[in-house]
Design a protein. Structure first.
Length: 391
């Protein structure tokens, strides 16, 4: 990064900091509920954590605002440390809030996260992204930072001070179901991605070898992408039910009108378009001059494809896998409507019971899985990109 760029005042972080400062003071940081159903009493920042906590939050936000405008060469490194540490220790605010306001002798009372806390978390995350972008940080550093913040949250949320937090209580009431939902969600999403990757590669090769197939195949996978997800799930119920009735051994395999089978088929259908398109474009966009040079060195067509074109196309192909994986993780939550399981079960159960913390128990892990998949696959694609010396 150029020195003049480093010393130039940042305009994004001060705006985000001022907005975070306003929202954290105007909105409720947390809520005390007498039980799971009854609406609780909201507490603003000062009421929730007193002068100590309010002063600490305000001081950190003011420090980020001031630091982002100072002409310091190590400004973004300091901001990275300050914002990263703030994000990692944010659950301590909830611990302080519960300790100050949770009534004693009320076993059903619980504390919940307020809009002010979520706003602060969201805006600090945007500041962190801006800081990492200014530093041009490598993906491995971003992954380490994500693991550090996520690990800190897991450790702090499992501590004794946050046992009264409604989200923690929802998890403690069903740890086995949470673990089962996690493995089901991963199996459906990653299984659909793996199967569609193989199908996409085969379809892309067919289009490359037989150009007449390009239009109908791309049209077919594009058509599948335009159908709403709930409609696909519904359309698969009737034929799979009839098929399992006609062939009883399919029922022994768990293939029925509802459950994992229609969910997996729908996810595969939705995953095909980005993978087929990226694979086809990645392979066909390899410069023909490189292929001619490889043939001039004695390579046959099989060697040209697998030793030249495929390695050069892999970064773009993995980009398609990244998009598909994030999409599949999100759609798997919707598949809970047809009994497929996964984190969507918590989301829809919480909506039916008007228990928003149960909704968050399903939504937050889904978001975390999508972010982790994005970071890992982006890092993998970057590592496979040829350097100018090897291209």
């Amino acid at each position: 990064m150029a020195i003049t760029e480093t010393l130039r005042p940042n305009r994004v972080i001060p705006v985000l900091g001022v907005l975070a400062l306003a929202l954290v003071w105007l909105l409720d940081l947390g809520t005390i509920q007498p039980n799971r159903i009854v609406p609780g009493t909201g507490h603003g920042l000062f009421s929730a954590v007193g002068w100590t906590g309010a002063g600490l939050v305000t001081g950190i936000l003011l420090a980020t605002i001031v630091l982002s405008t100072l002409p310091l060469r190590r400004r973004y490194e300091l901001l990275l440390g300050l914002i990263g540490l703030s994000l990692a220790t944010m659950p301590l605010l909830l611990d302080m809030f519960a300790a100050l306001h949770l009534p004693e002798g009320s076993p059903y009372a619980r504390s919940s996260v307020g809009a002010g806390f979520w706003s602060l978390l969201f805006l600090l995350s945007l500041m962190l992204i801006e800081t990492l972008g200014r530093l041009e940080a490598r993906r491995w550093l971003q992954l380490i930072l994500l693991v550090f913040i996520g690990g800190s949250w897991i450790v702090l949320l499992r501590g004794e001070g946050l046992e009264s937090l409604s989200l923690v209580r929802e998890f403690n009431a069903r740890p086995d179901k949470f673990q089962q939902a996690l493995w089901t969600h991963l199996a459906l999403a990653l299984g659909a991605v793996a199967i569609s990757a193989g199908l996409a590669f085969a379809l892309a090769l067919k289009m490359i070898r037989s150009p007449a197939w390009q239009r109908p195949l791309l049209g077919a996978v594009s058509f599948l992408q335009t159908i709403p997800s709930l409609a696909v799930f519904g359309l698969l119920i009737a034929p799979l039910s009839a098929l399992s009735s006609a062939l009883p051994f399919l029922q022994d395999l768990g293939i029925r009108g509802i459950g994992w089978a229609p969910a997996l088929l729908a996810l595969i259908a939705y995953s095909l378009l980005p993978m087929v398109r990226n694979t086809f474009v990645a392979i066909t966009e390899v410069p023909e001059s490189l292929a001619d040079a490889a043939r001039g060195m004695g390579m046959n067509e099989h060697q040209v494809f697998y030793q030249l074109k495929l390695p050069l196309a892999l970064p773009v192909m993995i980009e398609g896998v990244r998009i598909t994986t994030i999409q599949a993780i999100g759609l798997t939550a919707v598949a809970a409507l047809i009994g497929a399981g996964g984190f969507g079960g918590f989301i829809f159960q919480g909506l039916g019971q008007a228990a928003m913390d149960l909704v968050l128990l399903g939504a937050l892990p889904t978001i975390a899985l999508a972010l982790l998949a994005d970071a890992l696959l982006t890092m993998l694609a970057a590592s496979l990109k040829p350097t100018p010396a090897t291209a």
